[in-house]
Design a protein around this ligand. Structure first.
Ligand SMILES: [Zn+2]
Ligand SMILES: [Zn+2]
Length: 438
């Protein structure tokens, strides 16, 4: 690992930076944690070098949606282990959801997360504050003081706000503070008792269903409240064709709404749920084939703004239970980019430029972060990835403390090669075939 004060020269890569409409073969020079220059044949004596031949050099990836489990559930993940897993997935920044124990609903918890991340996480961690006290949905959390302490958005992810009046007040506050409101859109009355997507497969398994409308009605509600309050509303892990159509129409009208989609929702469908394996149990659930098709179209046509993982670690003992009893959620940092290559890039649906928008430029804009760019003077957060790297995902080698994934053993083409946060190489793949030929 290099010192952040030392210079680093990334050579021979293809720079793709949609924030500057840049796509060219060039070098990147980093000094004191910032981008110092981008250009051809940059020379800098006594500088650490990184060969990026055959690779894309992009603004650092930002995950808008992750659960790092600290404080309170360190057996499943910590800020350190989660940060290392994020780095191994090519992410230089993650937004940490507030459903920790205690919930991040006040400045003390926010400070704790920021301090801990500074000391122990290799990547930037931006806390998301709760909307309501303990995310219980009755009274607003201390949004102003958390804003002072450093939160970048508010959300009651996992415990969605059912009370529309409370959500309206939260949006009014958020609008005043310039914070984005991220909502896990789920009408808890409609989804009550549900374990997987409502459809033929759920009937076959004898499991209670979660309807598509249970998500879409809350997407619509929040868009209407956002229009009234002027708040920026961001849909977390959007999963259905119906929700996407509502977002598409709202955008057409110029309303302040954005949305993210997870790799598991654009890769798997309800029919993939196997043998009551809880590694296929998440919220929102894996949806129908038509829903996935709609998400893929939305990712291609620009309706979807970002890819976010919803990295949700659960310890083996929790997840290795009957499907009905196991908690919802899967880990996702280390497979996100490879799944995007599989479903979106190699399938010809999107360009590499669009891929970088989805992983970096747009997430930065949504969270109001001064990142997602390789402009000179910007923080040197950089993701280097290789579209042709072939590798197998072995979850037992994961940097995460948890193992809950449906993608163990999957073969991939394309993946991260090196992750640079604040000018430091925080992760590097053990063997990068195309660079090794140099
Ligand atoms: Zn959620
Ligand atoms: Zn979540």
């Amino acid at each position: 690992m290099s010192d952040s004060t030392q210079a680093l020269l990334i050579q021979n890569g293809r720079i793709i930076d949609p924030s500057q409409k840049m796509d060219l073969q060039a070098d990147v020079l980093i000094r004191e944690g910032q981008i110092a220059a981008v250009g051809a044949n940059l020379a800098s004596p006594q500088t650490q070098r990184l060969d990026a031949s055959g690779c894309i050099v992009a603004p650092g990836f930002i995950d808008l949606h992750a659960h790092l489990r600290e404080p309170g559930r360190e057996h499943a993940e910590t800020i350190e282990s989660g940060g290392r897993a994020a780095a191994a997935g090519g992410f230089t920044s993650v937004l940490a959801m507030p459903n920790t124990r205690p919930v991040n609903d006040n400045a003390a918890v926010t400070h704790f997360i920021i301090q801990k991340a500074r000391q122990q996480s290799p990547v930037n961690v931006f806390p998301v504050g709760a909307i309501s006290e303990a995310s219980r949905g009755d009274r607003l959390a201390a949004i102003g003081e958390m804003r002072e302490a450093g939160i970048v958005a508010i959300s009651d992810d996992g415990m969605p706000v059912m009370n529309s009046s409370l959500m309206r007040r939260a949006m009014s506050y958020a609008s005043g503070f310039g914070l984005t409101v991220i909502d896990h859109c789920e009408d808890l009355d409609l989804s009550a008792g549900g374990l997987m997507h409502e459809g033929y497969t759920a009937v076959r398994y004898g499991l209670a269903g979660i309807s598509a409308a249970s998500e879409a009605v809350m997407v619509a509600r929040n868009i209407l409240l956002g229009a009234e309050t002027g708040a920026r509303f961001h849909v977390a892990h959007l999963s259905t064709a119906a929700s996407l159509e509502i977002v598409r129409e709202a955008k057409r009208r110029g309303l302040p709404v954005t949305c993210e989609v997870t790799p598991h929702h654009f890769t798997l469908i309800d029919e993939d749920v196997k043998d009551y394996d809880a590694n296929y149990k998440m919220k929102p659930p894996l949806r129908s084939r038509q829903d996935r098709e709609a998400l893929l179209e939305g990712l291609a046509d620009g309706t979807v703004d970002a890819i976010a993982t919803d990295h949700a670690p659960h310890a083996g003992s929790e997840k290795m239970q009957e499907f009905e009893l196991a908690p919802f959620g899967i880990i996702g940092f280390e497979t996100a980019l490879a799944l995007a290559f599989e479903q979106l890039v190699h399938s010809g649906r999107i360009s590499l430029t669009r891929l970088v928008e989805l992983f970096s430029v747009n997430p930065a804009r949504i969270a109001g972060l001064d990142r997602g760019t390789l402009k000179v003077g910007a923080a040197a957060d950089i993701t280097i990835f290789n579209p042709e790297r072939r590798w197998n995902y072995d979850v037992n080698q994961s940097q995460s403390r948890s193992r809950n994934t449906p993608f163990h053993g999957r073969s991939f083409r394309g993946g991260p090669v090196a992750t640079i946060a604040a000018g430091k190489i925080v992760w590097q793949v053990e063997s990068n075939p195309s660079a090794a030929h140099e």
